[in-house]
Design a binder for this molecule. Sequence first.
Ligand SMILES: Cc1cc2nc3c(=O)[nH]c(=O)nc-3n(C[C@H](O)[C@H](O)[C@H](O)COP(=O)(O)OP(=O)(O)OC[C@H]3O[C@@H](n4cnc5c(N)ncnc54)[C@H](O)[C@@H]3O)c2cc1C
Length: 382
Amino acid sequence: MDFSFTDEQQQLRRTIREFAEVEIKPHIMEWDEASHFPQELIPQLAKLGLLGVIFPEDYGGAGLGYVEYVIAIEELSRVDGSVGIIVAAHNSLCSNHIYKFGSDEQKKKYVVPLAQGKKLGCWSLTEPEAGSDAGGTRTTATRSGDGWLLNGAKTFTTNGHYADVCVAMAVTNREKGSHGISAFVLEKGMPGFKPGKKENKLGLRASDTSEVIFSDCRVSGSQLLGDEGQGFINSLQVLDGGRISIAALGLGMAQGAFEAATQYAKQRKQFGKAISEFQATQFKLADMATEIDAARLLTYRAAWLADRGDSRLTRESSMAKLYTSEVAVRVANEALQIFGGYGFIKDYPAEKFYRDVKLCTIGEGTSEIQRLVIARQLLGKK
Ligand SMILES: Cc1cc2nc3c(=O)[nH]c(=O)nc-3n(C[C@H](O)[C@H](O)[C@H](O)COP(=O)(O)OP(=O)(O)OC[C@H]3O[C@@H](n4cnc5c(N)ncnc54)[C@H](O)[C@@H]3O)c2cc1C
């Protein structure tokens, strides 16, 4: 067993850490308070290859694997989870769905500019009435000539307002249930396709979470992505990889909150000594560090399995996502506690981590749904 990162992976981590510290950190509170989507950052993320981490160079990507992808999301999220989720939704949901299930033509047309960062992607599965039960999708795509007519609305789409390319799931045959849902690729500007309400959120406020609306949106047959009726099934496979990125998002934020609390505990004096001298603080830090380490091991193991194309990925990625997101919530809570009253104040970093981490127990399947997925795998149920 080898738990060490290669020299290249360590260099990648240093590069992204420096980038995040210099280019992102000075702006995070301003972006958070204004709910400002950092579009100005997209060309820089593209230049670093972060918008095509897991795609081969032939498709405009960086030609790296999931381990490197986790390093990237972890380091971005250590500074700002909003940037982490923008990159995650673009890579492992939108672009990866097209890369895994698209035709050669679709891959050339969409994956190349997405991976190069010339275009931004989003992925729309969730609907107002179909969240955890995404098989209950109501958006429809009905045959019209040699194409399709889409009608309906998606909710909570990350990057929804800013994306140039959207992968969306719609019912093509209601009688077939989850085997009657298909995926489509939509492009910004297609008549009848537009973003709707932009959500005003508790956390990750610099990321965009929006409605996506289809009203008599007519697309040609070439916009069907993957086989007809396989969109939902393919989505579940896409989510296996996506959940690793949410684990990485939680891991990075937990690490950021932990580092901030440790630094603060060494400086803050009460009763004539640094609060880090109190065993109560030390025990908190020890528990936080141990849980983060365990979360990191689960997350990188899932990434390693993904790079090997291992069939255990569904269970292991759900475990990584479940555990890491719950650790992140606990760590952010304890970090805020260590900051005391200052943890409640926006001049200090703890409150933002506390708000931002909560998404991790909800997005790409809630903690309850992860437990269902894991239990199904354990019990051999479909
Ligand atoms: C910031 C943000 C970004 C997002 N980005 C995207 C995106 O890019 N694309 C996308 O498609 N979606 C996205 N989502 C949607 C997200 O995946 C859903 O919110 C999530 O799957 C939960 O669905 P829901 O919100 O409808 O909650 P519900 O499904 O209504 O769940 C409510 C509660 O009931 C529980 N529950 C539901 N069913 C069961 C069950 N069978 N057993 C036990 N408990 C259950 C849930 O765990 C939860 O606690 C995003 C959400 C947010 C908040």
